[in-house]
Design a protein around this ligand. Structure first.
Ligand code: GTP
Length: 356
């Protein structure tokens, strides 16, 4: 079984953390996000993965190599110019080994999902579909691609980000394609699988199925979602083979140094070579490698970049701190603020208080 993982996006919503590191390689519940996806695919029977890379392509190969350490074969195909989701899938076709009718899994590289991949594949094979999409039901479908289906699970339309969604079923970013569908995507140009490939399949009267599965699902493309997803994996709300059952309130790397008085809760991660000083509180936060959290600092629902330094008694809530940034003592930052890579905020320079 083969899978293509789309990992070529720029991850602008997670800037500045994605300036040097592509989104799927950001630390997440003790490993790069992509490691969780790869191990889940392996558990579903995938033996060969092709990563469709573009932005910061070299970072993936440097980390995963040929995949041997994860017990899977990994190949890379890099777009010199980003070709979009459909173009990226077409571009990897030459590395696929499946026959024309074989099922190939396609996964967006920023989706955390607990759905039953085996059941999705089974539906696809049993009905001999051209494509079978994982669909989830969400309370507010406006920001997503809506995918209505009929009573036989056949997809009847695709509606991208509509103000009045026709259904609450959305495209969850994991597809099974018959191999020949990949070969039929136009080559060498930008193609959106959502806007062009799927509607084209419907026009051609090919069988496109929706596999509805409402297990845990999260698009981790925003800072808030990224932190939530990582914390959920650490706390065991959703399983990942990377943690294999050892879940709890925090995940502290053996090479981190955390003072016994510090309180680490809410599924927080403390990365390798990080230091957390006495009296600091870290809740539902990802602290990347080599960061330093000063004594008495209080941090919640935030992403702290590599080698960032957070001063004594700083209060951070719902923020992103770029790699190498230095936050002076007694600052208060909140409400989705982003501090850029290597920026320096002097002591007591920022007080967050809501406008009267
Ligand atoms: P934002 O810039 O924050 O929207 O993130 P993104 O660049 O990752 O875009 P988006 O979330 O829409 O992408 C969905 C998935 O497709 C992600 O896994 C991306 O890595 C991937 N992707 C998006 N565009 C391309 C592309 O041009 N080529 C390839 N190979 N993958 C892409």
């Amino acid at each position: 079984m083969e899978a293509v993982v789309l990992v070529g996006g720029q991850g602008t919503r997670l800037q500045p953390l994605t300036i040097r590191t592509p989104k799927p390689m950001l630390p997440f519940a003790g490993a790069p996000f992509l490691t969780h996806q790869i191990t889940r695919l392996r558990a579903a029977g995938v033996e060969h993965i092709v990563l469709a890379t573009s932005y910061r392509a070299e970072v993936f190969a440097e980390h995963f190599g040929n995949g041997k350490e994860l017990g899977i074969r990994i190949d890379y195909v890099t777009e010199t110019e980003p070709l979009g989701t459909g173009g990226g899938i077409r571009n990897v076709a030459r590395r696929l080994e499946s026959g024309p009718a074989d099922a190939v899994l396609i996964v967006n590289g920023d989706v955390l999902s607990g759905h039953d991949i085996g059941a999705q594949l089974e539906l696809h094979r049993r009905r001999e579909a051209a494509a079978t999409l994982h669909l989830v039901e969400v309370p507010d479908a406006r920001p997503f691609g809506c995918v209505p289906t009929d009573s036989h699970n056949r997809v009847t339309g695709f509606f991208e980000k509509s103000p009045e969604p026709v259904t609450n079923r959305i495209n969850a970013g994991c597809y099974v394609f018959a191999r020949h569908v990949i070969d039929e995507i136009p080559e060498g140009r930008v193609v959106s699988v959502e806007r062009e490939t799927f509607p084209g399949l419907l026009e051609d009267k090919q069988m496109v199925l929706g596999y509805v599965d409402n297990a845990y699902w999260l698009d981790v493309g925003t800072p808030r979602a990224f932190v939530k997803g990582s914390s959920d994996v650490v706390r065991g709300v959703v399983d990942s083979p990377v943690l294999s059952g050892s879940v709890g309130e925090s995940l502290i790397d053996p090479d981190a140094s955390v003072h016994p008085n510090a309180v680490i809760t809410g599924g927080s991660v403390i990365g390798p070579r990080s230091v957390v000083e006495s009296g600091a509180t870290v809740h539902s936060t990802v602290v990347a490698d080599g960061a330093h959290i000063g004594s008495g600092a209080v941090i919640g629902f935030s992403l702290i970049g590599r080698r960032a330094v957070i001063g004594r008694k700083a209060m951070l809530n719902d923020v992103v701190i770029g790699e190498g940034a230095k936050i002076g003592e007694n600052n208060e930052l909140a409400n989705g603020i982003r501090i850029w890579t290597d920026a320096v905020i002097p002591d007591a320079a920022i007080r967050f208080s809501p406008l009267p």
